[in-house]
Ligand binder design. Sequence first.
Ligand code: G3P
Ligand code: CA
Length: 269
Amino acid sequence: ADDKSNLLDSDSFIYIAHRGASGQAPEHTMTSYQQAKELGADYIEIDLQMTKDKQLIAMHDDTVNRTTDGSGAVNEMTLDEIKELDAGSWFNEENPDYIKEEYIGASVPSLREIFEEFGDEVNYYIETKEPEDTEKMEEALYSLLKEYNLIGGSVDSSKVVIQSYSAGSLLKMKDLDDSIPLIQLQRKEQIEEMDSLEKFEEIGEYAIGLGPNFSSIDIAYVQNAETAGLLIHPYTPNEPVEISGLKSWGVNGVFTNFAESYVEAMKTE
Ligand code: G3P
Ligand code: CA
């Protein structure tokens, strides 16, 4: 969005950098976030996992297998153990068009390192993952957000948005601080259950919007959300034509791996 002061306004159409600039860089590494920042991301998307020693790290999966050269469950490894891993070489092997020497040996960032690096220079769209199994993820997140002075602004321009598939996790965040904007994520199965305006209004009791799987929504879903006063940020369209289609329906932004697809879609009406 051009006007950075109203990113969460119902008229906006924002670019949420999904796992950073993950189409061209190894997801959830500092370079992926740095590139997203340079590409004009309105928000940087971060998935959270918690280590054995209760440190928050940026990682999508609950094991290190797919995105590092190690193996094992995140919650059975310490942060020090995870910091030893190479989180970049897998990307070069799988993405011959985007190989960069600098990706070799990239590390898994802790949330603290991310806040140290970017401070208030970027906005963060943070997902609590599997919080039912992960002891005290919300408290740890809240305490870091406070330490780095990232919360407490106005809802329309908040530097931080919290997203989760778990309504319980969102409600825990709300208990900790009711000024943080919350987004309820939805998979296909939850989207199919959204068959009345009341169900949208129920989500509106605690969240400012929905983060649905883009391929499972239709115009009726978008209209119900709008009527209920909910924002919609679908994940994860990567083709310009997908993004421009969603934009024409009136959604408020997209999670995408490719900044250039967003830029391309913004040229259409
Ligand atoms: O958080 C939006 C989107 O990333 C949800 O799906 O599985 O990629 O985290 P996932
Ligand atoms: Ca996510």
